[in-house]
Design a protein around this ligand. Sequence first.
Ligand SMILES: [Zn+2]
Length: 430
Amino acid sequence: MVSRAGHAATTSMLAVRVWPARDYTRVTLESRSAVNFTHQMVRNPERLVVDLEGVELNEVLQSLPSKISGQDPYIQLIRAGRNRPGVVRLVIELKAEVTPQIFTLAPVGEYGHRLVLDLYPVEPVDPLLALLEKISPEEAAAGGASPPQRPEEPPRRAVAEAPRKAEPTQQARNSERPEPPPSRAGDDERVNRLITIAIDPGHGGEDPGAVGAAGSFEKHVTLSVGQRLKAKIDAQPNMRAMLTRDADYFVPLQQRVAKARRVQADLFVSIHADAFISPTARGSSVFVLSDKGASSTAARWLAQKENAADLIGGVNLGVKDGHLARTLLDLSQTASINDSLKVGKAVLGELGGINKLHKGQVEQASFAVLKAPDIPSILIETAFISNPEEEARLNDEAYQDRMAEAILRGLRRYFAQNPPMAKSKLARLD
Ligand SMILES: [Zn+2]
């Protein structure tokens, strides 16, 4: 606040962070107290101008321009300068037209006050298109003998799909889900339909997840295991995988679910690395959703901890997707929970071959990220990152590979016994 005399009650920046990603680039300004700001978009060239009131231009803020990488999909460069007494102006020169979302977050966990600048592409990145892009070189490598597994997506879908907007149009809602692919005449559908797995590396960006005694971040372990699992799945003739995040940035929990539904995933696999107060806690666990309360106090505690990811990671509450929230509430999840338990059991059995199990059976609790009503979903706590011995193994590439291999074996076992049939269950959502 600037007083009449022009003396600003100043606050200082404690940290600035930039999280570039194809989905969106986030700039976080962390300060001792809340910052008042105004912003405007300026055209030709595209710029976002943000005025920060009552902020001193300290070294932290001056370091912001150097944090922009040439690889950033949206930010060309940032300039920071004193604009007028008590006001620092940030000029963000953009590589493309963006839709900015600017919001503040109250202190939580290790963080002070945060001012968040999220720069979204005007047309949101469609996970389905990314999946098709990534599969096509392999189809080409296979000699192009097999016809495409999915019908061509009309380009309008990418335009109509606007999951981040506060009020999706009816048209966007209707076209949220592509038509199920037609079965090919004369083929055995159970053999030939591609199984799509959504892999969800937990946490990311502002949300490090659990932190090990030696300082490893859960978010790095989950991404690494997730990427290995994706490569292994994509190498299977009848499977393909989509990552809900493929870099170090935060994806809100509901968006992870929405991405999986967008690609009509047959299965959602969320990957985490557990933490507990006691450093001796150890072992792998598999969780599925419960609609009747948690199977144990520990499971409930863990679900609460994982569900806090949105608070740490930072979600703009102003644009909650009401449509998605309603869908998740309205539908019975009994069927997908039964399937989730089956796949969870298959994966847990394989994990038992490479690590101790924390518990001998699949546990259940109310994890927000497992709430796709139509997709069987499991959450794997690979090991305890809070256990120094397991932390060391989680950072070991060979062990990460074995972990991914074990998960894949579990998935294959499940699908061998429960081949995917027609996607009739999905149709009820349309
Ligand atoms: Zn986690």
